[in-house]
Write a protein that binds this ligand. Structure first.
Ligand SMILES: [Zn+2]
Length: 225
């Protein structure tokens, strides 16, 4: 597997991250990019890309912005805290792009990657604890991201990031207590059922409506007999 690794501003080739990938058996092209002239950096990265046709382009910080400004291609892109708001004109990445960024980054705001991932349906992973992203755990995630099979589909987010509520509440009409109920999202977006109030035991008809964002509204009325 061949990687084109694009380093950050005032970094030098041969840093911890490309070295780690090499140690784990990947072929890494790790050129020196011009620090002053962004367009020149993109141009030299493009030439190496065309020459080597890498499987994955990894771009770190300013190198992430360089990666985003390459001509459209089929290679997978892995971005490390990309400084795309500071350099270049590209504001999107492909949906199968993986972005690694730490919330504790004090150089490039984590929010920049949140915006990029949302705009592009890319996958953002909150890893590490600084801008360098060179701690052992992040290096493992980087290796994993590089080795993930290329796919044109967005990578599904872990379940715990889905904006779905797991429970909701209603006011019992008979006793006025707030009753918390678990939501079964597999039952559809509109549900009606009868439930005895756990406080006063009066039967209530429960109406549950779940909107497309996963927000639930619940109402209850006394069951008429
Ligand atoms: Zn009640």
């Amino acid at each position: 597997m061949k990687i084109l690794f694009l380093h950050g501003w005032h970094s030098v080739p041969g840093g911890v991250k490309p070295s780690y990938l090499i140690q784990h058996g990947l072929e890494v092209i790790n050129p020196k990019l011009d620090d002053d002239d962004f367009d020149l950096a993109v141009q030299s990265a493009q030439e190496l890309f065309d020459l080597h046709q890498p499987d994955v382009v990894v771009g770190s910080s300013r190198g992430g912005a360089v990666a985003m400004n390459l001509l459209p291609h089929d290679s997978k892109i892995v971005l490390l805290c990309p400084a795309w708001k500071k350099w270049g004109l590209a504001h999107h990445v492909k949906p199968n792009t993986i972005i690694l960024h730490s919330r504790l980054d004090d150089v490039v705001p984590f929010q920049d990657s949140v915006d990029l991932a949302r705009e592009s349906q890319a996958t953002l992973l909150d890893v590490g604890h600084d801008h360098r992203l060179a701690d052992p755990q992040t290096l493992e995630v980087l290796l994993w991201a590089c080795k993930l099979p290329a796919t044109s589909e967005p990578i599904p987010e872990p379940d715990d990031q889905l904006p779905l509520s797991e429970d909701a509440s209603y006011l019992c009409d008979s006793c006025g207590e707030e009753i918390v109920i678990p939501l079964d999202l597999t039952e559809g977006s509109s549900q009606t059922y009868v439930e005895d109030c756990p406080v006063c035991c009066h039967a209530n008809i429960i109406h549950v409506h779940i909107d497309s964002n996963g927000h639930a509204s619940v109402s209850a009325e006394p069951e008429q007999d």
